[in-house]
Design a protein around this ligand. Structure first.
Ligand code: SF4
Ligand code: SF4
Length: 136
């Protein structure tokens, strides 16, 4: 038995389909949903840990990809270097999961909740001082 952590991105038209359920039924896999979110434009993101037979995991991932889901291994850790951050807020509107958010509406102070981060890296380029870092 092995386990893998992966990030899945569901296109809008697949959000309400029981795709992940098929992993249990047809591939005999066990999965834990570690994080899940839906963006305002209805794209779904899910971080799951799949456990089971190695070959069955590979087949299950292939099935997910055939269904139009984007798949990435979760091997990155996103961190904000607050010494570099200038609190411009550019990352907040880009972050699909709300991991980067305005903590205080009066001061517009930006904060980061690593539990919500799916390591999609969309916030890296828009950050003017390059305060958001990817660690492998
Ligand atoms: S990588 Fe950046 S944009 Fe993506 S979820 Fe994490 S904090 Fe948000
Ligand atoms: S984009 Fe960069 S500098 Fe601006 S608030 Fe986000 S982390 Fe801070």
């Amino acid at each position: 038995m092995v386990s893998r952590k992966i990030v899945l991105t569901f296109p809008k038209q697949k959000i309400d389909k029981p795709i992940v359920y098929k992993l249990i039924k047809d591939y005999d896999l066990v999965f834990n949903i570690l994080k899940a979110s839906i963006t305002p434009d209805q794209e779904g993101h899910m971080v799951i840990e799949i456990s089971g037979d190695k070959e069955q995991i590979e087949k299950g991932i292939k099935y997910l990809q055939e269904q139009g889901l984007k798949f990435e291994p979760l091997s990155k850790d996103i961190r904000v270097n607050w010494d570099k951050c200038v609190q411009c807020g550019a990352c907040v509107s880009i972050c699909p999961t709300g991991a980067l958010f305005v903590k205080d509406r009066q001061t517009m102070e930006v904060s980061f909740d690593s539990e919500k981060c799916i390591a999609c890296e969309l916030c890296i380029r828009p950050c003017p001082p390059r305060a958001i870092e990817v660690h492998f």
